[in-house]
Unconditional design. Structure first.
Length: 380
C-alpha cells in the first residue's frame, strides 16, 4: 500500500475497557510504579484462577516469557528445540538466543498447527524441548504431543500467544506444557500495548522463575520477608512490567467476557456470510476441530494459489481494507537458516496463500458489512 492510499478499515484496533484510564491513573499516582505492585498481583491472580495454574508471572512480552522458558529449561549450546516453521520469530529466537539448534517442523493442513505425526522423526538424543503454537488459538493435538514428550523426557512448552481462553478436549490451552506463555501485545484479544505472561504448571519451577524475572536476584523472597537481604543468585534479566501497564491489562481482564462475546459475534458473522462465496471460489475458511474451543483471535482465508491471494489482498487494500498475510516460514528466513534445520513445503504453501481479514473487538456492523461485501465481490 502506498501512503497515498487511505485505510478505512484497519487490520487491528486494540481492545478497550472502561476502567483502563481510572486504573492507570491510580497506579501512576500511587507512588509505587515499578513491577509487582498491586495491579500486577491482581493480574497474576486472575490468570492463575482462570487457568487453574500454580503460578502466573506477568512479563513485558510473550517473547520475554519464552526467554524465561528457555532459561528455566536450561537450554544450552548443543541442545535441539523443535518448533513449527509457521510461527512468529520469537517462538524460535528465544531458544536460539541460548545456543539451541532449532529443528523446524511442518504444519497440519487443517488447523495449521505443528504436525504431531512428524515429531517422532524429528526427536533425537539432543532434543531438549518441543515448543508448540496453538495457531489462531485452536489447540494442537495435545494428547499425542504430551504423550510423546513424556515418553522421551522432553520439556513441552506452549507458546500460547493466540490462545488465552482456548480449550482442547475441555482443558485450557496453556495447561499442558511444563510452561506456557501468553501475549498481551496490542493485536491480541486482551492487551496492554506490549505485555505477556509466563504460566508455570510445574510448581518446582516457581522459585527459579521469580529469580530469573528479577534480574537473577531473590528480590521476590525479600519482599515476602523470606530473606533479610536480596542478592544475585542465578541467571536472569528484567522481565517484569511497570505496575501501570498491569493496571491497563487488569481493566481488560475484568471485561474479558464482553470482549470475547463481541469477537465471537464477529467471527461467527464472517463465517456465516463468507461460507457460500468461499465454497464457490475454492477458498478455505478456518477449521476448528470439534474437540477444540477457540478464543476468536483471528479470521483468515486460504486461497487456492499464491497469485489469487495476492490479487485479493491488493484489491482489498485498494478499497481501504487492510487484509494482511501472516508468518514467513522461519525455515526460509535468514536467521532460521543460520540457527535451524528443516524445510517444509506445507508451511510455505500456507504462508503464500493465507490472508487475514481485519478483526478487532469493536469492529462496527458497517465495517463488517464492507469487508464481507468486498470479499464476496471477488471472483478468482
Ligand atoms: C505465536 C507467537 N508467539 C510469540 C509472539 C510474540 O509476542 P510478543 O509481541 O508479546 O512478544 C507472537 C506475536 O504475535 C506470536 O504470534
Amino acid at each position: 500500500m502506498t501512503t497515498a492510499q487511505r485505510v478505512t478499515i484497519p487490520f487491528n484496533r486494540p481492545s478497550t475497557a472502561k476502567s483502563s484510564v481510572p486504573y492507570v491513573t491510580q497506579a501512576l499516582l500511587s507512588g509505587r510504579t515499578s513491577g509487582d505492585g498491586p495491579y500486577t498481583k491482581r493480574c497474576g491472580t486472575y490468570l492463575t484462577t482462570r487457568l487453574g495454574a500454580p503460578a502466573a508471572l506477568l512479563t513485558t512480552s510473550c517473547t520475554d516469557a519464552l526467554e524465561m522458558a528457555a532459561l528455566l529449561t536450561r537450554i544450552q549450546p548443543g541442545d535441539e528445540v523443535i518448533v513449527p516453521s509457521f510461527t512468529f520469530s520469537s517462538t524460535a529466537a528465544a531458544f536460539a538466543l541460548f545456543g539451541a539448534t532449532i529443528v523446524f517442523a511442518d504444519v497440519r493442513g487443517d488447523t495449521l498447527n505443528i504436525n504431531e505425526n512428524d515429531l517422532p522423526n524429528l526427536i533425537t538424543q539432543k532434543t531438549k524441548a518441543v515448543v508448540v503454537v496453538h495457531y489462531a488459538g485452536v489447540g494442537c493435538e495435545m494428547d499425542t504431543i504430551t504423550a510423546l514428550c513424556q515418553d522421551a523426557g522432553i520439556a513441552l512448552v506452549e507458546d500460547n500467544a493466540h490462545g488465552l481462553f482456548g480449550r482442547y478436549r475441555g482443558r485450557n490451552l496453556g495447561s499442558f506444557g511444563v510452561l506456557s506463555t501468553l501475549s498481551f501485545h496490542e493485536t491480541k484479544n486482551l492487551s496492554c500495548g506490549e505485555g505477556g505472561a509466563l504460566i508455570i504448571n510445574d510448581p518446582s519451577l516457581v522459585d527459579r522463575a521469580e529469580i530469573i524475572r528479577e534480574k537473577g536476584t531473590n528480590r521476590s523472597q525479600f519482599w515476602r520477608g523470606q530473606v533479610d537481604k536480596y542478592t544475585w543468585v542465578d541467571h536472569g534479566s528484567s522481565f517484569l512490567p511497570a505496575d501501570y501497564v498491569a493496571a491497563a491489562l487488569l481493566a481488560q481482564f475484568e471485561e474479558a467476557e464482553v470482549i470475547q462475546a463481541k469477537r465471537k459475534a464477529l467471527w461467527d458473522r464472517y463465517r456465516r456470510d463468507l461460507t457460500g462465496w468461499a465454497t464457490a471460489q475454492n477458498v478455505k475458511l478456518p477449521y476448528v476441530p470439534p474437540d477444540c474451543e477457540q478464543p476468536y483471535h483471528m479470521f483468515y482465508l486460504r486461497f487456492p494459489s499464491a497469485s489469487t491471494m495476492e490479487a485479493a489482498r491488493q484489491y482489498l487494500v485498494s478499497m481501504g481494507i487492510l487484509a494482511v498475510t501472516h508468518y514467513v516460514p522461519l525455515h526460509s528466513s535468514p536467521q532460521g537458516k543460520r540457527v535451524g534445520r528443516g524445510a517444509w513445503p506445507l508451511a510455505e504453501e500456507v504462508s503464500a496463500t493465507l490472508l487475514r481479514l481485519p478483526f478487532y473487538t469493536d469492529m462496527s456492523d458497517e465495517e463488517a458489512d464492507t469487508v464481507v461485501a468486498e470479499v464476496t465481490s471477488l471472483t478468482l
